[in-house]
Design a protein around this ligand. Structure first.
Ligand code: HEM
Length: 466
């Protein structure tokens, strides 16, 4: 436990794994945890014994934020609830047809980002803030059909929640201890208050949506007079049935929390890291920009149909960013459902399992120049996000794998293409690219510790029309 103090957990766990090996048992307070840090061990957890490790531990804090597992991310595996909401999520909410139907929203939001940057003098841009707002607006519009009037409050609350949800605070590590409960009472109270606030915002959104009669929308994406959003679809299933479970208000709130949190946080964090790495590597920036600019030459905005499948180098930039900065560096914790062996080591039932995908992505044995940002490594490499290459697992693999990757990558691609097409970027005050601080912050996701501030110089006429 003391080995984790003062360090980011995924960093400390990598250091320990370099000493003790790819399957390592840690005592984190009262929690018995196994940390997996090699592709072979990850394959055993996520493929060979996938069903045994498909559950998740529900820490005290996580219990609060996930409505006791009545969402998708922390719902118990094998529960009817998880099977139905997961199926709904993979086939309907985030299926290919639905992701495509959100294309106009992506294009409008990317164009609005460009307009906002172009219109804001001086040219010093808080890229982190702009991207966070963009991803939240984009997700909200896909999820509820509109921007959220309480967006800024929501972003601030979500930031704090993601920090608390990391699972390494006193109450989560000593769940049965009265002393931990006493000492950690403040953070427990903070978690409850935050959850109440987030719940109130989510509930207000759902109530407003219902009051508009949105649930009555017939729902066929092509046939409908207006685009069916994710909440419309959930309300339709709630009203008409058709699932093997009842979509209670709590379930709706839980699923919406997942969509907002998992969707905007991962995509925003990845896009901000991609911009950070690009600014630090002028050679890569130049190549990525010239690919986008040649393709879109003369256009005033970035139509998704024009870039889809036609920016292979930018795709490698996104993969390389996810290799070095997977937004969930320890994925989401898994729980061993039945005593088993991983690479010959006993893993008792009830053990929490972390897969250190951040360490896998930076392993010097698996990757040449592992710490360097070299998108070219993916040019002749068919590795993708599908969870089949156990060196590269930003969305994980197996039954619990992320169902939102296609959606997430589409959002990241158009945002990056727009930023690179319309502006030249550099660090403020002529600072050298190497001076950019690349520290990460603590939380369930690994974000930049400091905001990314850059100078933007317009490159082509911006799409000023709406
Ligand atoms: C670059 C983008 C993304 C990355 C890297 C990512 C990564 C992850 C990871 C590592 C997990 C945990 C998987 C596991 O424990 O096996 C996960 C789960 C999940 N993600 Fe994503 N995610 C991304 C985008 C999204 C988006 C856009 C959405 C939805 C709007 C989403 C929704 C979910 C959900 C619902 C789960 C829980 C699945 C389950 O427990 O059954 N993700 N994601």
């Amino acid at each position: 436990m003391h080995c984790l103090l003062g360090a980011l957990p995924h960093h400390a766990m990598r250091r320990l794994a370099q000493r003790y090996g790819p399957v390592m048992l840690l005592r984190l307070g009262h929690v018995r945890a196994v940390v997996v840090s090699s592709p072979e061990a990850a394959r055993e957890v996520m493929k060979t014994h996938d069903a045994i490790f498909a559950n998740r531990p529900l820490y005290v804090t996580m219990d609060i934020f996930t409505y006791s597992g009545r969402n998708i991310t922390f719902a118990p595996y094998q529960s009817r609830h998880w099977k139905e909401v997961r199926r709904l999520c993979a086939t309907e909410l985030l299926g290919p047809k639905r992701v495509l139907s959100f294309r106009p929203i992506r294009e409008e939001e990317a164009a609005s980002l460009v307009r906002g940057i172009a219109a804001s003098p001086p040219a010093l841009v808080n890229v982190s803030e702009r991207i966070k707002v963009l991803m939240t607006d984009l997700l909200m519009r896909c999820a509820i059909g509109d921007r959220c009037p309480m967006r800024d409050e929501y972003i601030a609350d979500m930031d704090k929640a993601l920090e608390l949800m990391a699972g390494f605070n006193l109450i989560d590590l000593f769940p049965g201890s009265w002393l931990a409960r006493t000492l950690g009472a403040g953070s427990l109270r903070a978690a409850r208050e935050l959850h109440d606030r987030i719940h109130r915002i989510t509930q207000a959104i759902i109530d407003y949506h219902e009051s508009k009669g949105a649930a009555a929308t017939t729902g066929d994406v092509e046939g409908s007079s207006r685009r069916e959003d994710i909440l419309d679809l959930l309300l339709r299933f709630q009203k008409d049935g058709g699932l093997g479970i009842t979509l209670t208000t709590q379930v709706l709130s839980g699923v919406m929390f997942d969509v907002f949190a998992a969707g905007s946080e991962t995509t925003g964090t990845t896009t901000i890291w991609a911009m950070s790495e690009l600014v630090r590597s002028p050679r890569v920036m130049e190549r990525a920009q010239s690919e986008v600019r040649q393709l879109l030459h003369g256009k005033t905005r970035v139509p998704e149909a024009d870039i889809q499948g036609r920016l292979p180098y930018l795709q490698t930039v996104i993969k390389e960013t996810l290799r070095l900065h997977p937004p969930a560096p320890l994925i989401l914790p898994r729980l061993c459902g039945e005593s088993t062996k991983v690479l010959g080591f006993d893993v008792p039932e009830g053990t929490t399992v972390f897969v250190n995908v951040w360490a896998l992505g930076r392993d010097k044995i698996l990757w040449a120049d592992a710490d360097e940002f070299k998108p070219e490594r993916f040019e002749d490499d068919t590795t993708d996000f599908s969870g089949t290459d156990f060196r590269f697992l930003p969305g994980d693999a197996g039954r619990r794998m992320c169902p939102g990757l296609t959606f997430g990558v589409a959002n990241i691609e158009i945002t990056l293409a727009s930023l690179l097409y319309h502006f030249d970027w550099k660090l403020p005050g002529g600072a050298s690219p190497y001076e950019l601080d690349m520290s990460e912050s603590y939380g369930i996701t690994a974000r930049r510790k400091t905001d990314l501030l850059l100078e933007a110089t317009p490159y082509v006429p911006h799409g000023l029309e709406s």
